[in-house]
Design a protein around this ligand. Structure first.
Ligand SMILES: Nc1ncnc2c1ncn2[C@@H]1O[C@H](COP(=O)(O)OP(=O)(O)O)[C@@H](O)[C@H]1O
Ligand SMILES: [Mg+2]
Length: 292
């Protein structure tokens, strides 16, 4: 289980309130002074200091003592704790399970709700390894001087959640969105693996056509282009059910680059099925079927 998941059970509500006070302060500045933490938490100074010591000892904050005033920020585990806590409070999940996969810019865990239904829980961790997408999101937010990783990851989760909502409501094959908070989204779980990890697929032609069909429907009806489509972002179970995942880089189909990016997505899929299963295709015909 994640470190945050384990820590969550050891925290008292006062600890969480201190973390939230730091979170609020971080909207304004990278580090939050004790005076501000006290203000946002509305605790008296002794309680503020006691709780700060607590959360810091548990490894949920980063202290900056270089300036005149000592100040804190929450670290990524602290942020996980806050989001997981809210998801539990809202009864979206009840328990976190093992890690399912580590992506380029996220960790994906399994989790369950009160009825023991299993979901996938994706935690955004951008800024750690990937800067490409951080730049892209920056374009959306405009040039703010103080743009914390907190905000970037929250924005990423919201973007992906909204894309899932748009696509899923049309009955197309993306995980059903269950809920989100801060930088975490909870979605339908498919017991399977990325198609790249199947040594052999019984009817590759059927799968190939199904993927193209889904892409086309999504393009035409949800007006979205995936933007990062390939054999790593399509999961399949043993029965051949598929889900197209990882919608962070999706763009609207009326975006000036949409066609170019759509073509790249299609080309990725075609290349993969051609190389691995010798499936022949006509790129122009496929492209035409999207835009006709
Ligand atoms: N809904 C899901 N059901 C099952 N496994 C999932 C689901 N979503 C993600 N995963 C697993 O987690 C991995 C990373 O997820 P992904 O959304 O592709 O993140 P990244 O943007 O970091 O690549 C996937 O490759 C897959 O193994
Ligand atoms: Mg991925």
């Amino acid at each position: 289980m994640s470190q945050a998941g384990k820590l969550l059970t050891r925290l008292e509500k006062e600890d969480l309130r201190i973390l939230m006070a730091i979170e609020i302060g971080m909207k304004k500045s990278e580090y939050v002074t004790i005076k501000d933490i006290k203000f946002y938490s509305r605790y008296p100074l002794p309680e503020t200091l006691y709780r700060l010591k607590n959360v810091h000892k548990l490894g949920l904050t980063i202290r900056n003592s270089e300036e005149r005033e000592v100040a804190y920020q929450i670290n990524s585990i602290g942020y996980d704790v806050l989001a997981l806590h809210t998801l539990v409070e809202k009864k979206i999940i009840s328990q976190l399970g093992p890690l399912l996969g580590k992506g380029k810019e996220s960790d994906v865990y399994s989790c369950i709700d009160d009825d023991d239904v299993i979901y996938a829980l994706k935690i955004y961790r951008m800024g750690r390894r990937s800067f490409k997408n951080v730049r892209k999101l920056r374009n959306i937010t405009g040039e703010r001087t103080h743009l914390s990783w907190l905000y970037i990851n929250r924005l990423a989760a919201k973007k992906e959640y909204n894309a899932l909502k748009e696509i899923y409501k049309l009955g197309l094959k993306t995980p059903k969105p269950i809920g989100y908070n801060r930088h975490i989204i909870v979605m339908e779980y498919l017991r399977g693996k990325e198609i790249v990890y199947y040594k052999d697929i019984e009817k590759p032609e059927e799968l190939f056509n199904e993927i193209l069909f889904q892409m086309r429907e999504i393009y035409k009806k949800s007006n979205l282009v995936h933007g990062d489509l390939g054999e790593f972002n399509i999961i399949s179970d043993e029965d051949g059910n598929i889900l197209i995942i990882d919608w962070l880089q999706s763009i609207p189909s009326d975006h000036p680059n949409a066609l170019k990016i759509l073509e790249r997505d299609i080309q990725n899929i075609c290349n993969y099925f051609h190389k691995k299963y010798r499936i022949e295709y006509n790129l122009k015909d496929i492209l035409d079927s999207f835009t006709e």
